[in-house]
Ligand binder design. Structure first.
Ligand code: ADP
Length: 639
């Protein structure tokens, strides 16, 4: 029989498949099963209006047969089938839909390997069979035709097509599996367990039953008895036809049919979690884009949250066929902890002619799901605060990172979800903080340290608290960045009580403090000199009440940022330091003693006092003392 040539454009894609540039060969089965399912859809649809089809819905099925000796995997369907012309038109050239668009894309871009990765996400169609086969035979008979057609190809050099006698309507795709190579054990595709697992992974929710003959060992009486008179048994291999896909996914069933408990069980089984999910979100959207979604917020931070192979994230389905695991295109990274499924018939399995179109669709779905997730969380915050706080302990960090992401692009969406400590055991939202502000309060005060307790102990807090104002206590570098990104809430500016003007001093008081600094310039310069590089400046403060001193900073880098940078990836980053200022309380006895020593000419003593004050300020601010033994000695001498 004469070989016919593939159309030139088909040859290129075929070459790609045969040479397996794309490495995820497993998806070939999904593609062949999808075609079978589509063909059944067509005949089933026809049967609704055409009595002559003579089939009822429950008779349609897909069958997979494995033959180790012949090295074949065969996918059989009783769908619509193809005529000779159709077989040539559909299999001899790249189909009109997906693969063709992919080819155009390839030509347009002179695709590199990266572009090829998309073909695994969407369909690669019939040709993917050549990733695992050195020959593919398609035997098909169209509904309404008397004879069948055998189409066969062993690769890019062409195909043959002939009529033959096929007793039943439908299609058999026989894939002759390649011999094993050093890199690839193609024989695994002849193993029942492997095929079963591929069906489970990619085609579990195909609407039609996918059947396979599966061998079991069964115990059978031999008819003989043992010494005690008990029947003797032997094992025999029994082959049973089993449906290996679940067909109807839990998220496709109606809400009334599936309880929250069912959903929770599905979540625990699928994601190997032990705790019930904190939130179950079910969506059945109809409209320009229809989709069903079942999303979960885990009840605990998963043990393997950051493991590459964790099963979580959003899995994308289209009509029961899995398109993509861990899709990053639906939800923003601040919802990275959400697990679940989005299933939309509007996402075709093919590589779309317009990838952009897909991106837009995914974006529309994502935006709507994010709004719903947020609403659920706000509801939880209002109705069950302890539960929300637990959620926030587990995943709040994602929202904080989200606020800082892309120069604050998502801050307005996220800020209502943030919680801040106002004491060690109390957290508020920014809105709650502002709503509770006394009328006289002009700013939102915050203090940061490595723990809430340390932040509360900062000397600068005293004056703010004395006025009856609450302070937000931050305990991580990211908190500080969140504050800088948010900038304000309800028209009230944030104020870092360590570095910024608290806004309490009147102009006169400020002037008085300045004058006092001016008057004592000589002493302050001397103190700065005796402290060396430890601080950039020593000044008298108008902010301190009962504490003798405090460490503050000037400029953009705060002490928390410095701590954060110290663990940074580059040497340059690790070297960044805050500009430190030692503020001294001029009304405190310690200052009086220091000043007296200086004025009496005992500079050594004055310098020792300065070092003690600096050490004290550093300790309270959570800065590590550079010379602990000197500090201890100075205090002992004093005692
Ligand atoms: P696509 O599915 O994207 O159209 P494929 O390369 O997978 O592209 O298939 C090409 C065409 O071949 C299909 O559109 C369909 O018309 C036909 N086809 C493939 N498999 C079958 C089948 N099992 N039964 C009937 N027609 C089929």
């Amino acid at each position: 029989m004469a070989k016919k040539k593939f159309k030139a454009e088909s040859q290129r894609v075929l070459d790609l498949m045969i040479n397996s540039i794309y490495t995820n060969r497993d998806i070939f089965l999904r593609e062949i099963i999808s075609n079978a399912s589509d063909a059944i859809d067509k005949l089933c649809y026809l049967s609704l209006t055409d009595d002559k089809v003579g089939m009822t819905r429950d008779q349609f099925k897909i069958r997979i047969e494995l033959d180790k000796d012949a090295r074949t995997v065969t996918v059989i369907d009783n769908g619509i089938g193809m005529t000779k012309e159709e077989a040539e038109a559909n299999l001899g050239v790249i189909a009109k839909s997906g693969t063709n668009a992919f080819r155009q894309d390839l030509d347009a871009k002179k695709a590199d390997e990266e572009d090829l990765s998309i073909i695994g996400q969407f369909g690669v169609g019939f040709y993917s069979a050549f990733m695992v086969s050195d020959k593919v035979t398609v035997e098909t008979r169209k509904y309404g035709e008397d004879t069948g057609v055998r189409w066969e190809s062993a690769g890019a050099d062409g195909y043959t097509v002939e009529e033959f006698d096929k007793p039943d309507v439908g299609t058999r795709v026989i894939m002759h599996i390649k011999p094993d190579t050093e890199e690839e054990i193609y024989s695994s595709y002849l193993e029942t367990w492997k095929i079963k697992s591929l069906v489970k992974k990619y085609s579990d929710y195909v609407r039609w039953p996918i059947e396979m003959d599966i061998e079991h060992q069964e115990r059978k009486e031999t008819g003989e008895k043992d010494d005690q008179g008990n029947p003797k048994y032997e094992f025999e291999t029994v082959t049973k036809t089993e449906t290996i896909n679940s067909m109807v996914p839990i998220w496709q069933r109606s809400k009334t049919e599936v309880s929250d408990e069912d959903c929770a069980n599905f979540f625990k089984e699928t994601y190997r979690e032990t705790k019930d999910p904190a939130v179950i979100l079910r969506v059945n959207a109809e409209g320009t884009i229809s989709y069903k979604a079942m999303l979960f917020i885990p009840g605990a931070e998963p043990m393997d949250a950051y493991a590459e192979n964790r099963k979580g994230g959003i899995t994308l389905y289209s009509n029961g066929v899995m398109i993509m695991e861990k899709s990053k295109d639906i939800l923003h990274s601040y919802f990275d902890f959400v697990d679940g499924i989005v299933d939309s018939p509007d996402l075709s399995l093919n590589i779309s002619r317009e990838m952009l179109q897909h991106t837009r669709q995914l974006h529309v779905i994502g935006t709507s799901l994010e709004k719903k997730l947020k609403a659920e969380l706000l509801k939880m915050m209002k109705e069950d605060r302890p539960k929300y706080e637990e959620f926030y302990r587990n995943f709040g960090i994602h929202f904080k990172a989200g606020v800082c992401d892309e120069y604050g692009r998502y801050k307005d969406f996220l800020k209502e979800l943030l919680l801040f400590y106002t004491s060690e055991d109390h957290q508020v939202t920014l809105k709650e903080y502002v709503d509770a502000m006394p009328e006289s309060q002009q700013k939102i005060y915050y203090a940061s340290a490595d723990t809430v307790k340390h932040a509360m102990d900062l000397p600068q807090c005293e004056e703010v608290r004395n006025r009856g104002y609450e302070i937000i206590y931050l305990n991580s570098a990211i908190d500080q960045m969140v504050m800088e990104t948010l900038h304000e809430e309800g028209g009230k500016q944030f104020c870092n009580i360590v570095t910024e003007d608290l806004g309490f001093e009147t102009e006169e008081e400020k002037k008085a403090t300045e004058e006092r600094n001016e008057e004592n310039k000589e002493l302050l310069d001397f103190l700065k000199e005796s402290l060396g590089d430890r601080v950039a400046k020593v000044r008298l403060s108008g902010k301190l009440i009962s504490q003798p001193c405090a460490l503050t900073t000037e400029g953009p880098i705060t002490l928390e940022m410095e701590r954060y940078f110290r663990a940074g990836p580059s040497e340059e980053m690790r070297k960044l330091r805050a500009t430190r200022v030692l503020e001294i309380n001029p009304s405190h006895a310690a200052y009086a003693a220091l000043k007296a020593a200086y004025e009496q000419g005992d500079k050594e003593k004055a310098a020792a006092y300065a070092k003690i004050l600096a050490g004290e300020a550093e300790l309270v601010a959570g800065v590590e003392l550079e010379d602990t033994s000197e500090f201890v000695k100075l205090i002992n001498d004093l005692l």
